[in-house]
Design a protein around this ligand. Structure first.
Ligand code: ME8
Length: 517
């Protein structure tokens, strides 16, 4: 029998020079939502996140903190791990680049590149940005306000002259272009793909892949004066976690090539150009997709430690609730575009979509069942056209949702679910079950049954985004723990007349607008 289809999804591994903020939480959240969706849809999922602990930036941060690099990494990496349960992230592994399994994988990939003739020793003299951990050509630099040279990201650059190994990136140009041509969805959204294409078409320079002026990294095999460039080291994590260099092991065979690396737009080039080039040169398949999402600002301002406007996800959760934060981040901004975080938009979105739309629908119908149907799921009579229409609308969502999630247009998937939430509210209001209570109690039972069944479907589909709230709602609907995956959406999973239901409780309280508070 063929095994379940597999799905391997990764976040970037985050630098341990920073405390985790909303930007990091956002990427991991998107991956969590996509991973949960695939699990509910029957896939064997591997969802990886972790921390990037080598390189000059981390070494400098450790020195500033008066700690050894590893002491510093242990401490900051822990902050990232602490965030996982608090955000309800369902990652299967957490990788740290300072682990020995990763050391082995890095050295192996180096050997493969060297054996294939893609590495040569030379000297690097040029610009380097420690903040970006990136080499820049003279032609890429811009002038700062005081005439200083800056990276295109506005990060400071320094002049570096040192012996260095190089990777023959220039030799990979045609192969990369052929790859993008053959797999038009290998880079999404499309605007990002175009950016990458024009970068590669403009000509690729060989890439410096070792450093000698500090030693916080993985030593180059057979020449430990050099440590591997932190990006070659970091990207390799995606292989390490599934068992590389053992390419015959079960997990590697199951999960490679990765289905998707989700990253921010800032690190697109590393993932969509350097990474597939390294892999193809080493004789490995490139990932099937790199999706680069946009950038969050805070009330219109770039988020940065120096501006002191970092949004702490834990503080947001404390103020608004975990699922509210998860829903807002996934629904408010089209996935792929830049977005601005504002408290007003947050309150507006949560009160509209959660408190008013889904929350109200569940609360009103379940309270009526509790009061008028002896707290058990009512027995429906014959369905009218209106009943069938709303049941079918709910039944049709999954196919559309799969299409959206397969292209990572998560916001559009949610918009689709919420159209049916609103239709269900309109159905409920139009049928007036409260009036039927006296005139036609059997019809009231049917309307309440249909509404409960539609809510069941909507809530099963919403689980990837709001797992805790959906669990509470499914408990309130009397849905068994083994009947909550997408395979249970059909007729067989329908809410069962006669099922005793617990006392309903509100799940999405209204938030108070700041000016009203
Ligand atoms: O680049 N808006 O790590 P990093 C949206 N270690 N996303 C944001 C964000 C914001 N304002 N700020 C950060 C690195 N992010 C490397 C990666 S992977 C092999 C190595 C998210 O700690 C976004 O995903 O600087 C971005 O790409 C990532 O954090 C950068 O994290």
């Amino acid at each position: 029998m063929a095994g379940r289809p597999t799905f391997y999804i990764t976040t970037p591994i985050y630098y341990v020079n920073d405390v985790p903020h909303i930007g990091h939480a956002y990427t991991t959240l998107a991956c969590d939502v996509l991973a949960r969706f695939k699990r509910l849809d029957g896939y064997d999922v591997m969802f990886l996140t972790g921390t990037d602990e080598h390189g000059q930036k981390v070494a400098k941060s450790a020195a500033t903190a008066g700690k050894t690099p590893i002491e510093f990494c242990d401490m900051v990496s822990q902050n990232f791990r602490d965030l996982l349960p608090k955000m309800n992230f369902s990652n299967n592994d957490f990788i740290r680049t300072t682990e020995s399994r990763h050391h082995t994988a890095c050295q192996d990939i180096w050997n493969k590149l060297e054996e294939a003739g893609f590495i040569y020793l030379d000297g690097y003299s040029g610009w380097y940005s420690v903040r970006d951990e990136a080499f820049y050509g003279e032609d890429e630099l811009i002038d700062g306000e005081e005439g200083e040279r800056l990276a295109p990201t506005r990060a400071p650059v320094e002049w570096v002259e040192e012996p260095s190994y190089f990777f023959r990136l220039s030799a990979m140009e045609d192969k990369l272009l052929a790859h993008y041509e053959k797999y038009p969805d290998a880079i999404l959204p499309e605007s990002r793909r175009n950016e990458v294409l024009s970068f590669v078409r403009s000509g690729l320079r060989d890439l410096s892949i070792s450093r000698t002026s500090f030693d916080w990294g993985v030593p180059v095999p057979r020449n430990s004066d050099h440590i591997m460039y932190v990006w070659l080291d970091a990207l390799t994590n995606y292989l390490t976690a599934i068992g590389y260099p053992d390419t015959e092991c079960d997990s590697f065979r199951k999960y490679w090539p990765a289905d998707i690396h989700v990253v921010g737009k800032d690190i697109l080039r590393f993932h969509a150009v350097y990474w597939p080039a390294f892999l193809m040169a080493a004789g490995l398949e490139p990932p099937k997709r790199v999706f680069a999402h946009g950038w969050w600002t805070n009330e219109g301002e770039k988020i940065s430690k120096s501006l002191g406007n970092i949004i702490d996800p834990l503080e947001l959760i404390k103020s608004y609730g975990l699922d509210q934060v998860r829903y807002f981040l996934m629904r408010e901004v089209p996935f792929g575009r830049d977005g601005d975080f504002s408290r007003q938009a947050f309150v507006h979105r949560i009160n509209g979509d959660l408190a008013n739309d889904l929350g109200n629908l569940a609360q009103r119908s379940l309270s009526m069942i509790a009061k008028n149907c002896g707290a058990t799921m009512p027995q429906p009579g014959i369905f009218t056209d209106d009943d069938i229409r709303i049941l079918e609308a709910a039944g049709d969502i999954l196919e559309t949702l799969r299409g959206h999630f397969d292209r990572q247009t998560i916001h559009r998937g949610l918009a689709k679910i919420w159209r049916v939430v609103r239709d269900a509210n309109a159905y409920f209001a139009f049928q007036e079950p409260w009036a039927l209570k006296k005139t036609d109690p059997d019809r009231m039972n049917t309307v309440l049954y249909v509404t409960a069944e539609v809510i069941r479907q909507l809530v099963i589909l919403t689980q990837p985004v709001m797992p805790d709230s959906c669990t509470i709602l499914l408990n309130q609907l009397g849905v068994g723990a083994d009947a909550r995956d997408f395979a249970s959406l059909g007729q067989n999973g329908r809410v069962l007349p006669g099922t005793p239901l617990p006392k309903p409780q509100g799940v999405f309280p209204r938030l108070v607008e700041e000016e009203d508070a």
